[in-house]
Design a protein around this ligand. Sequence first.
Ligand SMILES: [Zn+2]
Length: 266
Amino acid sequence: MARMPGALYRPVVNVHANGVKERRGLCLHVQDDTNSPYGWFNTPSSQASSDFWVRLDGHIEQYCDTGVDYAWAQAAGNPFYASVETEGHPDTPLTLEQVESVAHIYAWGHAEFGWPLKVVDSTTEHGFTYHGVGGSAWGGHTGCPGGIRKAQRQTILDRAAEILGQQAASTTTVSLAHVIDAARRDPTAAQGATTHRTEVLVVERALRAEGLLAAQWVDGSFGTKTKTAYAALQRRRGFTGSDADGIPGRSTLSWLGQRHGFTVAA
Ligand SMILES: [Zn+2]
């Protein structure tokens, strides 16, 4: 069930269930009208719908199970690209709130389906395309969404990249207790043994970025090499003797997290 968090989910009748053939990316549209198209999209005779609609104030509605069912927005392009309708007209730019919301949709699609953060003026390439490029095969709406909104796609993708970066940083948490446990157990366990693999990998990548650990030892196991690298970090931070034994402490781990985008939990 691919429903976007933060979007109001209002399923409509005008969809092709299980029709998606490929999740190539997103197709930008202009509504050339105002107010929610929900009623229109939920009327069989209109033969129209979209995956998303973004109001001028940034409010998002989602009308189908994106990536599974396809909406009726761009004819031959429907099975390959999800669609976003944007409130307003072709001769006016997307509002700042709309740019922000479409960026959130794109960031979600990137995480969910792997949509590349790339503007494409194409009916086949993976990325962020637009309706008019499809010509008559895509319904002949060559003025959709118009030059102004079309040109805002790069700004949207730049913002989507920022959002993804923020999400990655804020969701990466490393437990101090887990890392200590790994540092005590992994060195004496069988080669390559892992105790808390995911969290150890985060720490190892940070040690690697600090130039303290060779790439081949970034393996999720807090083995002897990782312990030696961590001891070097502790000495670099001014610890000596048994305080630089390679078993992580809160001070050094938090310092590492601040520099490499993770937070430390108990
Ligand atoms: Zn359109």
